[in-house]
Design a protein. Structure first.
Length: 163
């Protein structure tokens, strides 16, 4: 377990049903880090909960939940400067398109529920959460994928980058 900086007062919102193994695992990890968290069964209740928070918030959920309505939730969470941690278990084109809805947000993309701890450790490591970000782009935590900054820019459609 990483050392928690109590000055951060990070809160978490977990989106999904407690019957989901990923949700249960995430709440266990958050509890181990002694973070205040709430569980919302869907993205709509998560938006309501997010609006009642101030500051340092991490939203955890499956990409299928968080990317509803063409990724509108990511834009809302971005305005609140919240972090999102999204689980995607497949590499299908559909998942890829959903992932693109996160462009310009503070989002981590993971493909294994165990990686939630890596995300938390990274966020809690420093009070300056901008250090954890990479220019406001989704951060792929998949250990099997290694992209250079130029490749990531090209993939995300940054027009000033040419490969």
């Amino acid at each position: 377990m990483a050392k928690f900086n109590f000055n951060m007062q990070m809160q978490a919102i977990v989106v999904g049903n407690l019957s989901d193994e990923f949700v249960r695992h995430s709440t266990n990890v958050l509890g181990n880090y002694e973070l205040e968290f709430s569980v919302c069964p869907d993205v709509y209740q998560a938006v309501s909960r997010l609006m009642k928070t101030n500051g340092n918030v991490l939203i955890v959920g499956r990409i299928e939940q968080l990317s509803r309505e063409n990724g509108r939730f990511f834009h809302i969470s971005g305005k609140k400067k919240a972090w999102c941690c999204c689980l995607t278990e497949t590499n299908s084109a559909r998942q890829y398109l959903r992932s693109l809805s996160m462009i310009g947000t503070n989002a981590f993309v993971i493909n294994d529920s165990a990686e939630i701890e890596d995300v938390l450790a990274r966020l809690l490591q420093t009070r300056d959460t901008s250090v954890a970000a990479s220019r406001g782009k989704p951060l792929v935590m998949n250990r099997d994928i290694r992209l250079s900054d130029d490749e990531m820019d090209a993939l995300l459609g940054n027009e000033e980058t040419k490969l």
